[in-house]
Design a protein around this ligand. Sequence first.
Ligand code: ADP
Length: 251
Amino acid sequence: MNTDVVRLTEVRKTYGGRRNSVIALDGVTIGFPRATFTAVMGPSGSGKSTFLHCAAGLDRPSSGSVLLAEQELSTLSEVDLTKLRRERVGFVFQAFNLMPAFSVQDNVTLPLRLAGKRADRDAVERVLTQVGLSDRRRHLPGELSGGQQQRVAIARALITRPAVLFADEPTGALDTRTAREVLNLLRASVDQAGQTIVMVTHDPVAASYADRVVFLADGRLVGELRNPTAEAVAERMTHLGAWADEQAGVR
Ligand code: ADP
């Protein structure tokens, strides 16, 4: 059976006070089954970042529930939430956020050391091979290309064998060819290692590597595409943009 690794139920998030409150998420319900790759898209301001932060336990919803790796996040203390994030969640961002003075290998094993665990040599070898960088383990990030640096960041995110990997515009800083390499790597981690991935992107080509694209507008889920092509995603985004403009009274 395909169980959800992450499940949001009626999640709402408002910012600001009573007078100037902004509804960033407005009753979002969605599940992310194990070993699936989902892209989250929507116009600027539609709630993508807020969604990612709430789903990953980086921020707490105003109401509703988030279940991650069988834990209800609202019941966890800050300490337990931090522990859950560190041990069960992987993050990849647009900026690679590597430690410049650390070697590739030391960057990759950092999450284990922060958790007070020993870096198992086989596990490090496996993850470095997975991202195609086992011959660069002693290099510093500054000696690598952008795509290679992002692959180090992915290896660092995978070393803890997270239940879910959240990616926020992971190819935003890369050229087309390098972006494709990184997306193929993410895709392979789903197909070959059963990784679960949730990726926020504004790029229809990046989204086409996912099994499913879900669309946000005004803090609500307004549709999804399964087995998406870049063309179908771009087409849907054009309509969403027009729809969002209408809601905002732009036209
Ligand atoms: P996206 O990532 O799709 O651009 P966000 O999640 O960043 O959307 O924002 C959704 C809405 O919430 C926007 O109207 C934004 O202005 C508002 N918002 C986001 N973060 C904050 C914050 N810290 N304080 C106030 N409003 C916020």
